[in-house]
Design a protein around this ligand. Sequence first.
Ligand code: AMP
Ligand code: MG
Length: 334
Amino acid sequence: MRIVQKEEAVMLLKQGDLVVLPTETVYGLAADGLNTDAVKKIFTAKGRPFGNPLILHVSSLEMLERLVKDISIQSKILMQLFWPGPLTLVFNRSELVPDIVTAGLDTVCVRMPKQDSTLAIIEALGKPLAAPSANKSGRPSPTNLADLEKEMPEIAVIDGGQTELGIESTVVDAREKDVKILRLGSLEVEKIEAALDEKVILIEKDSRAKSPGQNFKHYSPNAEVILIWPWETFGEKVSNENGSRYTTVEEAIADLYDRFKCGIICDSSRETLYLGYDVLPLGIGSIEHAKNLFATLHKAEDLAWEKIIVDMSKIYSKEALGPTVVERLKRSAE
Ligand code: AMP
Ligand code: MG
């Protein structure tokens, strides 16, 4: 891994090369977003399907205005409140945006990251950066340099330490009156609804024609992830939500522990339930769960666990980042 400083990063990006940059969500694999050949290198390095469009990262509203055709009132409200930050918005694209970025769609996704060093690099380049997560396609995103080393060892990187939030941005289509969430992320849906003073529509997977990349395989470590759902939460039955073959952690342990290298991921308050077993605690509360999730999946893989048993009690939650964490875990278990 080669750590570089800002000046070199800008030079590499100018000449059409890739650089890994920290953001407040996860590390991004960045290229000059207006250079088709440079953007092509992102798809090659990640092994990413060309049908999965990229997000452009801007450092100013002037830069945004060059990339898009019109900006709705709703989008303006959200940008004013949440940029820079983990909010990606869908816009009708201008001619400036290369087809490769949008996978041929007539819309483009844009966000302004909240990371001073990355904003300064975009500013110095004078162009938006295309920057998906810096992992091989389908794998958990890197949130620290050790995990990044596993994914993109050969790409120059700006060291930003551990990323602040740990999960990608929330993707929102606010072009029309009915605002839609195309992908859950690090900005809570409640905050978006409070800002707009209206309910938003959550677009489910499989019907995500507007957010095409959502149907590709995602966030999966090199181990089987098995989610064990709580029987009841908030008086609501959620057990076996995604058809897991076990209904309790004990049942999974009894069946798997002797035959496979196994471990348990759980909310930190439940760690003592599993004394004597290999456990990776996820922290307490959805903000900590989000921050630690991908790093913990990477750690489980580093420990050569073949089966990752996730105790969803206290992780399954409808509050704050609970839905986002649950969505990422479900995808990693698919
Ligand atoms: P990531 O893979 O985390 O970089 O996020 C990129 C995701 O943003 C894609 O997988 C899509 O879900 C979404 N996205 C990017 N561009 C568009 C677009 N033009 N319209 C809808 N969703 C998009
Ligand atoms: Mg990604």
